[in-house]
Design a protein around this ligand. Sequence first.
Ligand code: GTP
Ligand code: MG
Length: 592
Amino acid sequence: MNIVIAGHVDHGKSTIIGRLLADTGSLPEGKLDQVRALCTRTAKPFEYAFLLDALKDERAQGITIDSARVFFKTKARDYIIIDAPGHIEFLKNMITGAARAEAALLVIDAKEGIRENSRRHGYMMALLGIRKLVVLVNKMDLVGFDRQVFEAIERDYREFLGQLDVHPAGFIPVCGRDGDSIASRSSSMGWYEGPTVLDALDQFPAARATIDKPFRMPVQDVYKFTNRNDDRRIVAGTIASGTARVGDEVVFYPSGKRGVIKSFEAFNRPAPAEASAGEACGFTLGEQIYVSRGDLASLKSQPPPQVSSRFRTSLFWLGRAPLVTKKDYTLKIGALRVTMRVEEVDRVIDGSDLSVASGRSRIERHEVADCVIHCSRAIAFDTAGHVPATSRFVIVDDFEICGGGIIREALPDRQASAREKVLLRNYKWEPSFISPDRRAARLAQRATLLLITGPAESDRKAIARALESRLFDDGRNVYFLGIGNVLYGVDADIARDRENHDEHMRRLGEVANLMLDAGMILIVTAIALTRDDIDLIRTSVDPDRIETIWLGETGESDSPADLHLPAAPDEAAAVERVHAFLRDRGILFQTW
Ligand code: GTP
Ligand code: MG
């Protein structure tokens, strides 16, 4: 069972872990003596917390402990305990999935009482859906083992958690330093009749919960077999919930593409016939479909995840700079990273006293908020009440995790109706016997849609045509598609007006998708495509297969481009730039 230990700074988390390790005989032989001896030598009083540091030093040599996780076992079961020294570590551990806790110990110093982090951590647990919680009132020795002090803290903290609808399994008065009520009963607190910490942990019911939920596996990677002529691929990831078996039909979201599990692959052991929540697994499919990192695998026979680029969330913010609207951040959910913005802040809650403010447009450090997030493309997720594992996200700003939270509700976005059509199209799609990999190998190129866009005065077409010629002369399979070719043909039945704009974009996307399936590098030009336009095209075409080139000043577009060129570039130079870019991106393979 994974448990996390949290609480205000210095309230005794590390001491309690050290004690749990020592009292359950989980320490390496001689470790305790070694640390005691070291303390004597350096004239420092011995601390159980040092044990953790000593173990962490050993981690460098690859033994006993990894990151912030410590292992111990009782008669009942094995435990992994996650020491969360600060907010960020706590959040990272809880959400990135490296070590996801299902139960928590919250430590409060009896003398200092409830502090802001005692409450904030309680709030985070409520938000993350950790319902198995025991509160340890530590350092009882400092208050003379006084029952009244303990009961006052219990009363206040229970009331606080009650407002969050969290009901702890119990409160335990402990003295971590001396081991009172940790593994054995305390002679100083005869008035306490409840369980010890170990007993309380062993009493938590074991979770089958994630296994009983629908199957979800965020795709971490897609590996190629290394044998020549073997173009099978292994779809790999860690199963977040549920179970999948050989023969099950898998649907990948947000695309809705599907395939049947042909085999599970395993290293150095017989391949299993099924895999369940918590396991890292890899499987092959009966058909070659284009699956990418960050997709969410689910089973056709079970409820699908939500797909949208907009959703309502509850999140907490820990960044030094406030979380603001109109700024790009990175959202990480499962194995996916996507650009996001805060569209609207519904209300801001102070996690330390639960007071609520509305009408705010920024979220300061340590604040908690309900807000609407809008991503640069549709993603697959679940809502918190249904499948917790795939409803948690973190927000990254400037390469640092600055916040995190849960998705409460999927909201409609502008691409919703196009997406419906694409889901059905993918569902009905007849994959070719020739896999995309074989096609790419034969053509020495990765099928790609090159969108060349920019302000009206930029000379997009000239570059597009020159590029087409250059690539064609190189022997590439390339095609420049003029918008007019679609407008007066495929779009002949709909008016060329603003009202039908989205439908024009959708159809352009569908045409591009066919050409890409045929292995083509397709060049399309359009005036000043907006973020919304590109989002629409991305709904029909795999976002990983689209590259956008913006001609003109960087600040003029609301959509981030993959390559920027001047508005009126020297043609030959521009073609060279794009050519080099395509090579760097691995779109043009080396040909000899
Ligand atoms: P951070 O990791 O810095 O947040 O602290 P922590 O919560 O891990 O606290 P830690 O275990 O390092 O303990 C902080 C201090 O409190 C240490 O000096 C401990 O010796 C002391 N301490 C811990 N438990 C007890 C206790 O039961 N009684 C007394 N008197 N002191 C204790
Ligand atoms: Mg500590």
